[in-house]
Design a protein around this ligand. Structure first.
Ligand code: AMP
Length: 189
């Protein structure tokens, strides 16, 4: 079973590419952003806590996020593989993912990084905001999210490099081209 981390800034195309990989390989997809948005929609206690952070472009605290991830993963059942989209976002989360998978006798197979320049990310997210209905897809929050990404998430690229798992791919061009590059890495791992 493959455990694939898809990594990149907000707007880098993680969700879109995850959908293509799910369709091709039959993997299951864990998007922690989607999990949290479902909690908000269902007005759960967790949703109420998460909303304040998300609307402000901030990360949900690691301890909470790590528990949510483990519960989501354990609920998936048997499958060909799992794509982790939006998790990990901090070094403690990456360490927790490694430990959680080790406890279950498995490990991250590869980390796929989508590299997209900032101006393109901002343009994509502003455009997405016109139809996504996401409270955090507005210019002010987008800028905060990109700063949070640079400060807290981007250092993970080096962390995965040291683990020997990082595969950085140019995240712009046609969807098919990007997807073909991701598939080549997955097929080789
Ligand atoms: P996303 O849909 O991945 O862009 O996530 C939307 C928002 O959900 C983020 O800006 C964070 O507030 C929150 N979030 C999602 N995943 C995580 C995570 N792994 N750690 C902390 N916060 C998260």
């Amino acid at each position: 079973m493959k455990n694939i981390v898809i990594f990149g800034a907000p707007g880098s195309g993680k969700g879109t590419q995850s959908d293509l990989l799910v369709a091709k390989y039959g993997f299951k997809h864990i998007s922690t952003g989607d999990v949290l948005r479902a909690e908000i929609k269902n007005e759960t206690e967790l949703g109420k806590t998460a909303k304040g952070f998300i609307d402000n472009g901030q990360l949900i605290p690691d301890s909470l996020m790590i528990d949510i991830l483990a519960a989501t993963y354990d609920a998936l059942g048997a499958c060909e593989g799992v794509i982790f989209d939006g998790f990990p976002r901090t070094i403690p989360q990456a360490e927790a993912l490694k430990a959680m998978l080790a406890e279950r006798g498995t490990a991250v197979s590869t980390m796929l990084e989508l590299d997209v320049p900032d101006d393109m990310l901002i343009e994509r997210l502003i455009n997405r905001g016109k139809t996504s209905g996401r409270a955090d897809d507005n210019e002010e929050t987008i800028k905060k999210r990109l700063k949070v990404y640079k400060d807290q998430t981007a250092p993970l690229a080096e962390w995965y490099e040291k683990e020997g798992l990082r595969h950085a791919i140019q995240g712009f061009g046609s969807l098919e081209e990007i997807n073909a590059k991701l598939c080549a890495v997955i097929d080789a791992c």
